[in-house]
Design a protein around this ligand. Structure first.
Ligand code: NAP
Ligand code: ZN
Ligand code: ZN
Length: 354
């Protein structure tokens, strides 16, 4: 029984039940609202490629059934008695993190995504209440207030949702590697992450180049803030652009020739992989050694930085470009994401779960 006598709430959701079957309607139990918890009525949830990797078991065994979704926006429906930062009716978001140890050096400095104990993921983790966590392809979620973000009034909830994962995942490395005036940034892959990366890097003042498989999305890329756009499907592109970027943000979800992309990095520059393909990829050490190139990875971002990113996006008029879908269209949407056929993020209107 909760502090106020409320029993756990049953909410409607869509779940993956195996790596191959379509998602199915289901119900899940959300925990009682604890003293420091916030219950959020979910309005929208973005479809991240990580949802697909997980649903299809591409990152190792998945515990089915699983409710995916970690790009959540909605409205606060209930708060526990000790909650200080939120009130009923507030516009809020939840990303990939719903808890962490809060005590290790990484948590203390706001890098909960690198928590030494392993953070609690919005789905596919065990929560501190001992229950498996379930994500945002559902009508409501209960989250401790410390892991709830405030959505600035300037950003509508539907186009804000993808910022909670795609947005922070590109903002964090762009900040960490000091993208700004005078830096040449390449964004590889104009998908969910990539289209936000272009906007954020441009707003930070960097000179941005999109490297996409074809020129099909060139107009969009330039409109989003890129100065240059090139097709990696053209065999001359990579050699023409050799050693010409300080920072390459690689968002590609599939296997690529890593050396070909490392060849783009200038002396002392960095390529950061945020894309996490299913299988390991080989790297030729000459690609790193000959120009003192760093090859790095980056995982989402901490809660403080996520709020900073949301505020930055509001200030600079940045939001996701979305296609809204119903819950019944999720499987079709998954296939279109894998085929690079979304411009640029599917967002589920969770009212369609009812
Ligand atoms: P997405 O919307 O599918 O975008 C990926 C883009 O990569 C596609 O739009 C496509 O861009 C390009 N691409 C796809 N297949 C390719 C291929 N075979 N060769 C070259 N380019 C290809 O996916 P997303 O949601 O942005 O996620 C991207 C990756 O990041 C996924 O692996 C996801 O799991 C991962 N991710 C990581 C984090 C993190 O914290 N590190 C967070 C979120 C997501 P073009 O059509 O422009 O070529
Ligand atoms: Zn994600
Ligand atoms: Zn920690």
């Amino acid at each position: 029984m909760a502090w106020n006598g409320v029993v756990p709430t049953t909410v409607k959701a869509y779940a993956a039940t195996s790596a191959t079957e379509p998602l199915t309607p289901t119900t899940i139990e959300r925990r009682d609202v604890g003293p420091r918890d916030v219950r959020i009525d979910i309005a929208y949830c973005g479809v991240c490629h990580s949802d697909i990797h997980t649903a299809r078991g591409e990152w190792g065994p998945t515990n089915y059934p699983i409710v995916l979704g970690h790009e959540i926006t909605g409205v606060v429906a209930e708060v526990g008695p000790e909650v200080t930062r939120f009130r009923v009716g507030d516009r809020v978001g939840v990303g990939c993190l719903v808890d962490s140890c809060r005590e290790c050096e990484y948590c203390r400095r706001g890098d909960e995504q690198y928590c030494a104990e392993g953070y609690v993921e919005t789905y596919s983790s065990t929560g501190r209440d001992g229950l498996p966590t379930q994500g945002g392809y559902s009508r409501a979620i209960v989250v401790t207030e410390d892991f709830v973000l405030r959505i600035p009034d300037a950003i509508p909830l539907d186009v804000a949702a993808p910022l909670l994962c795609a947005g922070i995942t590109v903002y964090s490395p762009l900040r960490h590697w000091n993208a700004g005036p005078g830096t040449r940034v390449a964004v590889v892959g104009l998908g969910g992450l990539g289209h936000v990366a272009v906007q954020v890097a441009a707003a930070m003042g960097a000179e941005v180049t999109v490297l996409s498989q074809s020129l099909a999305k060139q107009e969009d890329g330039l409109r989003l803030g890129a100065t240059h756009y090139a097709a990696t499907g053209d065999p001359d592109t990579l050699s023409r652009l050799a050693a010409s970027f300080d920072l390459v943000i690689n968002t590609v979800s599939a296997a690529i020739d890593v050396d070909a992309y490392l060849s783009l990095v200038a002396v002392d520059g960095t390529m950061v992989n945020v894309g996490i393909p299913e299988h390991p990829l080989p790297v030729n050490m000459f690609s790193l050694v000959m120009r003192r190139v760093s090859y790095a990875g980056s995982n989402i971002g901490g809660i403080r930085e996520t709020q900073e990113m949301l505020d930055f996006c509001a200030e600079h008029g940045i939001a996701a470009v979305i296609e809204t879908i119903s819950a019944q269209q999720i499987d079709e949407a998954f296939d279109r994401v894998v085929a690079s056929g979304v411009r640029y993020r599917f967002v589920i209107d969770t009212a369609t779960l009812d």
